[in-house]
Design a protein around this ligand. Structure first.
Ligand code: ZN
Length: 220
């Protein structure tokens, strides 16, 4: 009897281990495969990810510079996103939170350099994990930005007071936390507490309330 129990235990354990590894393989298999070229790059709800790529020559038409009150240097967003972000940053600062743009629009060539920099410095695996290949970064849409808080360290933004505020208020301004924790298998990107995407207030509210991603929202 005890022998059988032991056997059953090992069988279950083997199945669990196999499931764990195949899950990981499946996740990696899903991304940068069957890539589609994006045909609606100017739309507010454009989906840019590891399976949907922007053309190399795509540049948003209405890029505007973010006031230096709300950015650490010259940064650009599309007009609507720029206005919404300045309003968010201003309201945050009135409440005592520092939320400043440290990266916003990035063109294809810059993303290419950035990705290759990570490959050279840290290897391909790391680059794929923490950066996007050119054409696959939503920073190229002019609708996404990275922010930092009072600690002036976007990598450590999660531990700022500003993060506690923005994660529950960004949607009121039309922004979503684009790469939430635990949704890596859907977004293809690891958790990034500092990266926000402008989608407009209506979509942002629904995405926030349902705790879903842009990918899930667009499938409805
Ligand atoms: Zn980002």
């Amino acid at each position: 009897m005890e022998k059988n129990l032991k056997k059953a235990y090992y069988i279950v354990l083997t199945i669990l281990i196999l499931l764990f590894f195949t899950k990981d393989v499946n996740i990696k298999d899903k991304f940068y495969k069957e890539i589609k070229l994006i045909n609606n790059p100017d739309e507010l709800l454009v989906l840019v990810n590891k399976n949907n790529q922007l053309q190399a020559n795509y540049v948003p038409k209405d890029l505007e510079s973010i006031s230096l009150k709300y950015a650490n240097s010259d940064k650009y967003l599309k007009k609507e996103a720029r206005i919404a972000f300045e309003s968010l940053s201003e309201d945050a600062s009135k409440l005592g939170y520092r939320i400043v743009a440290v990266s916003a629009y990035r063109d294809y060539n810059y993303q290419n350099q950035l990705f290759n920099y990570y490959v050279e410095e840290k290897g391909l695996e790391y680059a794929l994990d923490c950066s996007a290949k050119p054409g696959h970064s939503e920073h190229q849409t002019g609708l996404a930005l990275d922010v930092e808080g009072e600690n002036k360290d976007y990598d450590n933004f999660e531990n700022s007071k500003a993060f506690i505020w923005i994660k529950d208020n960004a949607h009121k301004y039309g922004f979503i936390l684009r790469y939430p924790k635990g949704k890596e298998d859907i977004t293809g990107f690891k958790y990034e507490p500092w990266h926000y995407r402008y989608v407009g207030i209506e979509a942002a509210n629904e995405i926030y309330n349902k705790k879903i991603t842009l990918e899930e929202y667009l499938k409805k």
